[in-house]
Design a protein around this ligand. Sequence first.
Ligand SMILES: [Zn+2]
Length: 377
Amino acid sequence: MLFPYTYIKHRVETYQEFVRFLVHEVWANADGPFSAELLMNGQDDSLYKFYLDNDHKTSGRAYEFNLCIEQIYKYCEELRKAGSPILNRFVAGYDINNNIARLCADKTLQPLTYDELKGLHADLGHALQRFCSSLYGGGSPFNTVHFDEFDRKHTADHYRQFMIVNNKRLCPFCGIHRIKGQFDGPRDAYDHYFPKSVYPFNSINFHNLVPMCDECNESYKKTREPIFSKKTDRANSRCKAYYPFDLALTMPKFSVSVGHKDYETLTHNDVELTVEKDGCHEEVDSWLRLFNLDHRYRLLLTEESFGKDWIEDIFEAQLHDERILIDGELCGENLTGLQYCEKEIRLSRRNAWAQQKFLKGPLLQAYRDIGLFNALT
Ligand SMILES: [Zn+2]
């Protein structure tokens, strides 16, 4: 990543508590027939009241939500009675899948997937997937008045508060596109960093929900997994990944080489891009893979509105005397093309995440090193 997000504490986090309560207090301790009273969480009767108010329904999301709670309870009770280790894995899976920072950093940790759970207990796996997949978004049972409208009120407010603290207005995953802020009206989507179609229990955990630009979210990331480089070979492809809220995260070093000096005909196939960060090799590889960045950045480096324009700025500066008249006197230095290039390279190191300067500086260096600007001196 180019820079980390700062995590914020917010009321919206409390919705995860409903899921934790169901797993650890209701399902893990399933004993005897299910009753609505089991859904009382101390003083919080939201789940209990929601269950009772929708108990008569025979279809719809609320019916599905209640039915899944009961079904999962029944399967867990059977597993507990039988002393099955599947119940332990189910409960431990909740804790593992919600420790996003550790999942990213510790390769020995194996998250629970729906596929694994279905392999252990098909009915339980399917019921849990139906339950968890309904929790996030506008259609969530948590978005009703029983739960004080999770998405409409609290997610919307979280986005505004989050964007006040995280104010670069740039997608930290690509550095190409803008992220909508608190004054925009509409908001950008939260991506499930660990995809909600693969992993149970963490679809409303805000350590796993990260705003990103539409292009990163919808065209590239999709359901790609940060900690497995090959979906089809999970046993041999576990890797480390960036945790988006790791404040120790710093920008990797970008290097560019170009195949020839003719920048007007240069294509992305003529460009090589190297991205390195000491001690973060796997994190960088995971990030590049998730967002197809090697390809996207090599395209950008050769396009009219980006890489080609950066080069033409240097030629333009050489062609014109850029000194300015102040009180009848010419002021400022009239730089050569090579000198202007050096100045731009130096300026690209300041706030390198802005205006794709992390790519502009290395591209200018690459052309400088093969002598593109020598003729201009
Ligand atoms: Zn992006």
